[in-house]
Design a binder for this molecule. Sequence first.
Ligand SMILES: Cc1cc2nc3c(=O)[nH]c(=O)nc-3n(C[C@H](O)[C@H](O)[C@H](O)COP(=O)(O)O)c2cc1C
Length: 227
Amino acid sequence: MTKKNYSPVMSAKAARRCGLFGISLLAVVMMSACNSKSDESQSDNQQITTKMDFLELTRQRYSERFFDSTKMVEQEKIDRILEAARLSPTAANKQPQRLYVLKSKEALQKAQSASFSSLYGAPVVILLCYDLDSVWHNQHETLLPDYNSGEQDCGIVATQMMYAAEEQGVHTIWIRGFDAGALQRVFELPANMIPAMMLSIGYPSANSAPSPKHFERKALEEIVTEL
Ligand SMILES: Cc1cc2nc3c(=O)[nH]c(=O)nc-3n(C[C@H](O)[C@H](O)[C@H](O)COP(=O)(O)O)c2cc1C
């Protein structure tokens, strides 16, 4: 692959040789490369300027149970969340994730009717499924017969969506309190489409607060073993 000539990576020797002129030229070339980018990448760059440390993001996040049902999430933000789902790694890159974006009152009611957990009045719910015909099968597994990667693939897809939302100031809650069979029926999904989880998405209402459970985390010594 040919290296792009506006690469910011430059050896110290080369930098010394080029001196101030070279560095200025490099800056101009980089700026013009940035300017020629599309509006979409420009808004990406704006997002990047607001990025925060990843651990800080994980500390800040909590499951939202008090959504503002009246405040719709902007389409650009939903698109960015969906893009995070698209870019997710999956086993053997099989990409079995299939996403249904539920926004209409009817769709949200159907999702709620198949759930024993509340969806907490979120204005948008993403139903994340995996296509059983596209999952990776582990042929070498001896402990778990017929193991396939669908649940794990959806686990990482959902996690990426969760943080893509959080990064944009949009709150989420992960929902598995549903009957997958009932979801298949209400949305008339084909038999190979397995509902893995739902992600309720929206802005927090004035009542928003983490649940007491949010603060209960085991100590590292309880969950980590060095072998
Ligand atoms: C796999 C999974 C399934 C979950 N299902 C539900 C659910 O159905 N209903 C619910 O209210 N919360 C659900 N949650 C949210 C958890 O209860 C929550 O993440 C946990 O209590 C820790 O709180 P926190 O997310 O605020 O840190 C689920 C979380 C995960 C990871």
